[in-house]
Design a protein. Structure first.
Ligand code: ATP
Length: 366
């Protein structure tokens, strides 16, 4: 099912009588979710992710704009007529019901032509339980399950009505780190196996990047960039997107372009013959540093951290715009931890320039 979002805007009236201002939670959101894909809606708290999801499922009506499922305009349809499955962060299971009864519950409420007989309900319940791999737990009560197993019951409950679109709102937030990792891979597998078009809301960029076919990065209700996660990481269109994606985060500096060279402090770190003279903001990904004592850029060394495969240099520089600079270097390159300074050359495809005022990307030949 293709989901087409056209110019969606949601404005909430102010709750505070003194403040007349309205809250624009989502502004002119246009995006087509391809059939059978998993799309991650990503952005910091309050950027409008949940509101977008609720408009897709019908819990919120857009102030303007349209939503199509395939050729059908569903903008005015109530949630129960849209054929969506929704999993919330707080997936309340019915504590007095078994897993089987919990999953089957939505089917028992089907009316009219959709009504199913008991055998069919059971068949579907067992089938989705198998997909989420809890078919051996059907007779248990929720309090006899782990957090991850409970989450799978919630997903099974959303899947059992065979939704056309599956919507997941921060479904992993209540799980511990290990279980999060495991469950997100599960969600990916389930999504692939069922082929249901899925929207996944999260503020965790790593989570979104690891399981999504496409991501939509939002800021203050406005879409900043959409695309394949790796493409967005490799080519952010503005400073916000560059800073939001990546762990450790991108290193940011105040800099100047003069006579075709980018100066950080008084060092010309790369040549950009096609960029006019101006003040800029520079972002360098942690993996963009090549250790070279006679290199074009030098930072003061604070420490060397060895974490498994990675060697991380923790540094500072007078022009930095972040609390600390982190460079991830090859484990076979030796850096003296006692050194006060480290020299680098910078990989051209790992350094980005942004306009000082608008923070939009300034492109140059790589
Ligand atoms: P989070 O990650 O914290 O859940 P979010 O990105 O999902 O955030 P939304 O919940 O969509 O953000 O909220 C977007 C904006 O709209 C916020 O500023 C929020 O305060 C505001 N908002 C959301 N719901 C309402 C409402 N019912 N009335 C007024 N303002 C609202």
């Amino acid at each position: 099912m293709i989901v087409d979002l056209q110019n969606l805007t949601k404005v909430f009236p102010s709750r505070n009588k003194k403040e007349k201002e309205m809250v624009t939670a989502v502004s002119d959101f246009t995006f087509t979710i391809p059939d059978g894909k998993l799309v991650g809606l990503l952005g910091p708290s309050g950027c409008g992710k949940s509101t977008t999801l609720y408009m897709i499922c019908g819990l919120q009506k857009p102030s303007s704009g349209k939503i199509f499922f395939g050729d059908n305009d569903v903008t005015q349809l109530p949630p129960e007529s849209r054929g969506v499955g929704l999993v919330f962060q707080n997936y309340a299971l019915y504590p007095h019901m078994t897993v089987k009864q919990n999953i089957m519950f939505p089917l028992q409420n089907l009316k009219g032509a959709d009504k199913l007989d008991k055998d069919e309900m059971l068949k579907r319940t067992v089938e989705v339980a198998r997909i989420v791999q809890i078919d051996d737990l059907l007779e248990r009560k929720p309090n006899e399950l782990s957090g991850g197993q409970q989450q799978r019951v919630a997903i099974a409950r959303a899947l059992v009505k065979m939704p056309r679109v599956l919507l997941l709102d921060e479904p992993l937030s209540n799980l511990d780190a290990r279980l999060r990792l495991q469950t997100r891979e599960e969600i990916r597998r389930i999504q692939r196996e069922t082929g249901i078009t899925t929207v996944f809301v999260t503020h965790d960029q790593e989570e979104a990047m690891s399981i999504s076919d496409m991501i939509v990065v939002m800021k203050k209700g406005v879409v900043q960039q959409t695309g394949h996660p790796q493409d967005v990481y490799n080519s952010p269109e503005n400073l916000f997107v560059a800073k939001f994606l990546g762990t450790p985060p991108i290193n940011v500096f105040d800099a100047t372009v003069r006579s075709g060279k980018v100066y950080i402090g008084d060092e010309a770190v790369i040549d950009v013959p096609d960029v006019p003279d101006q003040e800029v903001i520079v972002g360098i990904r942690p993996e963009g540093f090549i250790v070279r004592p006679e290199g074009r850029f030098h930072c003061a060394l604070n420490g060397v951290e060895v974490m498994g495969r990675d060697v991380s240099l923790v540094m500072n520089h007078p022009a930095m715009n972040v609390p600390v600079i982190r460079a991830i270097i090859d484990a076979d390159v030796t850096v003296d931890p006692e050194a006060t300074e480290v020299g680098f050359d910078i990989k051209r495809n790992k350094i980005f320039l942004f306009e000082k005022e608008t923070e939009a990307r300034i492109f140059f030949e790589v």
